[in-house]
Design a protein around this ligand. Structure first.
Ligand code: PLP
Length: 408
């Protein structure tokens, strides 16, 4: 076996499909977000405006977050030093879990090293705990949920995206007494649409299923205290397990679930991905707690975030760009071709200091390649002007060169 050849061939295939990923080497500047320093391949350093961060509110640079992290390090040092069971549970972890349980109106919460692991570990463990479980999973669920469902090693049914009639057909066809979990998301982050939470809860009641909701792209951003779409729509109490991240709107890192005490205790006791890994550093827990608490009381930031997203959608639509329908803060414009998408993105960065990475397969289906903008409250009108002017220069050229996409 020529191992090297196999790896090289794998990369060649990815390249041929136009989905080879090159990571931009960026340094954020605290206090100046969304401006960052970009280091080119040649080693030059240039200022760029970041348009695709999931630090949706710029919490990663807010003084109370940064200072809590620093003072935690000064107090207890860098790492947690062990798994949660082996001396890795600090008072910071305990307080953060309390703060998250309170945020979601649940009796308990459980931290994981990331949102990815929270999904994967929790869903897989539900399969171990509930005999003959059947999981009903939305077809556009995040990769981490898909892996969790696989790990559950139980029967699964994939329902067409946001299609509650299809979900009901599948529920109806399943044995009435089998335990069931319906797994879905609130904000789908590539299209910016929202899951039908109330209708899913109604079906869950009717068919006696548990509900599992990924609110990763909504926590911090929706609801009066930033608990997500379920809070905004008055449905939080009807969701059995809410999953979130501390890495996106909260601007730090880590993942969690919030649920009833019995559920959390069982997952805590049985989830391999929770038990056998070092706890997040105390400084992360301290920073995340500061961020969660800050955002509970910072509704003005959420309002400003929504205003910025709505304004950008309007500006891009007015300029004739194919803005994809989005009910949320996500502003995707469709390019529809991976090579073109990458070319536009490269030129925006090279020539205009605008960083928005191309979103290609497998993150989104082929033919729906797009640029995905995530304006924050810190993106100014002047930055909007600059973006639209840059797109005006790059878009036609790139499209004409490819015989592709014209503006409306
Ligand atoms: C990013 C993401 C996750 C994973 O969260 P991390 O904390 O980044 O690991 C889970 N679900 C969805 C929908 C996501 O977009």
């Amino acid at each position: 076996m020529n191992y090297n050849g196999a790896f090289e061939a794998a990369v060649r295939r990815v390249k041929a499909e136009g989905r080879y990923r090159v990571f931009a080497n960026l340094m954020r500047r605290k206090g100046e977000f969304p401006v960052a320093r970009w280091r080119t391949e040649e080693g030059d350093v240039r200022d760029v405006t970041v348009w695709c961060s999931n630090d949706y509110l710029g919490m990663g640079q807010v003084p109370c977050v940064v200072e809590s992290m620093k003072s935690a390090i000064d107090e207890v040092g860098s790492g947690a030093g062990g798994t949660r069971n082996i001396s890795g549970t600090t008072h910071y972890h305990v307080e953060l879990e309390r703060s998250l349980a309170d945020l979601h109106g649940k009796s308990s919460a459980l931290l994981f090293t990331s949102g990815y692991i929270a999904n994967e570990a929790t869903l897989a463990t539900l399969g171990k705990i509930l005999p003959n479980l059947i999981i009903f999973s939305d077809e556009l669920n995040h990769a981490s949920m898909i892996e969790g469902v696989k790990g559950a090693r139980c029967e699964k049914h994939v329902w067409r995206h946001n299609d509650v009639e299809h979900l009901e057909e599948l529920l109806k066809a399943a044995p009435i007494d089998a335990p069931k979990v319906i797994a879905f998301e609130s904000v789908y982050s590539m299209d910016g649409d929202i899951g039908p939470i109330e209708a899913v809860c109604d079906l869950a009641e009717k068919y006696n299923a548990l509900t599992y909701l990924d609110e990763v792209h909504a926590v911090g951003l929706y609801g009066l205290r930033g608990a997500g779409i379920a809070e905004r729509d008055g449905l939080m109490h009807r969701i059995d397990i809410i999953e979130g991240t501390l890495g996106k709107a909260f601007g730090v890192m880590g993942g969690y679930i919030a649920a009833d005490g019995a559920i959390v205790d069982a997952i805590r006791s049985m989830a391999s991905g929770f038990i056998f890994t070092t706890a997040i550093p105390p400084a992360l827990a301290a920073g995340a707690r500061a961020s969660v608490e800050y955002l509970k009381a910072a509704h003005h930031l959420r309002e400003s975030h929504q205003e910025r997203a709505a304004t950008l959608k309007q500006r891009l639509a007015d300029a004739g760009y194919p803005v994809m329908p989005s009910e949320t803060h996500i502003v995707p414009i469709k390019v529809g071709d991976p090579v073109l998408c990458k070319r536009i993105s490269d030129r925006l960065l090279d020539e205009h200091g605008i960083y928005v990475q191309p979103i290609n397969y497998p993150t989104v289906p082929r033919g729906t390649e797009r640029l995905r903008f995530t304006p924050t409250p810190l993106h100014t009108d002047a930055m909007f002007d600059q973006l639209v002017a840059a797109l005006d220069e790059v878009w036609e050229d790139a499209a004409v060169a490819d015989g592709g996409i014209a503006r409306a």
